[in-house]
Write a protein that binds this ligand. Structure first.
Ligand SMILES: Cc1cc2nc3c(=O)[nH]c(=O)nc-3n(C[C@H](O)[C@H](O)[C@H](O)COP(=O)(O)O)c2cc1C
Length: 185
């Protein structure tokens, strides 16, 4: 089959699906949550995590004010919450109250941690740099919250227990199928 080759602007969904996660932040007593799919681990030692965020997001201002953020990974049952916090402005509402989001206590920062997350990282901001229309926020992971039962003894996600939230673009969500897992090499 012939491939189409184009130059310049792309729709950006060609390399999806990606894990959709909830970014949390607080400053001056205001908690907020928004969805991110542009996020990645950057370094093991020190443990660094990066988020690409548009500077107009209310969450961006909270992170710049507090120099902290949280990243929360939820199972597919929370896909609707992910869609909701990813389409509403925290500047005009308390999303924790509006969407009835339960919190766990952070241990090294003040960021809200989501009680339903099977994994969450507390991060301290170490860099904030512009790349085009987004900022790359880099945080050092200073605490990790894990639901132990969600992981195998080898510390990979146990797909019998948790179905991660994958995002395909254009408001389409899916999850992974356990029976497709293969150990290769
Ligand atoms: C699936 C999904 C993924 C998203 N990923 C990002 C992202 O990686 N970076 C970003 O800046 N916005 C992303 N957004 C948009 C924000 O989540 C959205 O604008 C949100 O309402 C911002 O909330 P805030 O204004 O309270 O900070 C995403 C939205 C969805 C639904």
């Amino acid at each position: 089959m012939a491939k189409v080759i184009s130059e310049g602007a792309i729709s950006f969904y060609q390399h999806y699906p990606k894990i959709a996660a909830i970014l949390t932040a607080q400053a001056k007593g205001k908690d907020n949550a928004m969805t991110v799919d542009w996020h990645t681990s950057l370094s093991l030692n020190p443990p660094l995590y990066g988020i690409a965020i548009a500077p107009e997001r209310f969450t961006y201002q909270l992170i710049i004010d507090s120099k902290e953020f949280g990243i929360n990974f939820l199972s597919f049952e929370s896909a609707e919450l992910v869609a909701l916090v990813g389409s509403t402005p925290g500047s005009q509402m308390d999303k924790f109250q509006q969407f009835n989001i339960a919190r766990s206590e952070p241990v090294k920062t003040q960021v809200p941690i989501l009680q339903d997350a099977y994994a969450a990282y507390e991060c301290q901001l170490v860099d904030d740099r512009a790349y085009g229309d987004h900022r790359l926020l880099v945080g050092e992971i200073v605490a990790v919250h894990l639901l132990k039962e969600a992981f195998t003894p080898e510390e990979t996600l146990d797909l019998d227990k948790v179905s991660p939230i994958l995002y395909l673009g254009r408001e389409l969500y899916l999850t992974s199928a356990k029976d497709t897992v293969r150990k290769i090499l």
